[in-house]
Ligand binder design. Structure first.
Ligand code: FES
Ligand code: FES
Length: 158
């Protein structure tokens, strides 16, 4: 493959990946870097399963052109737990609240919630709902997910 090399940091590590001009960031992460935590659901910006954080903002990686990630700081679900493997408060709260059923939506949900809590440590319920509005879940009915984000926010802000 010819393509172009895109350089960015992912989960704090420098990465370089060769992509075709029409590749999405999701494809670059999954096929180029074997980071398969971001899921491909709709592939059309509708479900949020592919959500990653780019420069502090939750984005749909299935729509984000890989070449536009040049120089960006990217966080995927693989980088959310601590280096020693201990879960992020959001991950623990999702498990404790029963907010994970099939788990397909969970990486995207956690990253949308993390982007919110990183900028708004004590969000209102409305702010949580707005931040997660682009993330669909077929299983939970959302109540446990909202509770999990509230619990994590409480824990993280002491
Ligand atoms: S796979 Fe990206 S929004 Fe559905
Ligand atoms: S837990 Fe199954 S889609 Fe959300």
């Amino acid at each position: 493959m010819d393509g172009v090399v895109v350089r960015f940091t992912v989960n704090g590590e420098a990465a370089a990946v060769r992509v075709e001009p029409d590749w999405t960031l999701l494809r670059a992460l999954r096929e180029g870097l074997e980071l398969t935590g971001a899921k491909e659901g709709c592939g059309a910006g509708e479900c949020g399963a592919c959500t990653v954080i780019v420069d502090g903002r939750a984005v749909n990686a299935c729509l984000f052109p890989a070449v536009e990630a040049e120089g960006a700081a990217i966080t995927t679900i693989e980088g959310v737990a601590a280096a020693d493997g201990s879960l992020h408060p959001l991950q623990r709260a999702f498990l404790d609240s029963g907010a994970v059923q099939c788990g397909f939506c969970t990486p995207g949900m956690v990253l949308s919630a993390k982007a919110l809590l990183d900028r708004t440590p004590r969000p209102t319920e409305d702010e949580i709902r707005t931040a997660l509005a682009g993330n669909l879940c077929r299983c939970t009915g959302y109540v446990q997910i909202i509770e999990a984000v509230q619990a994590a926010a409480e824990e993280m802000s002491g």
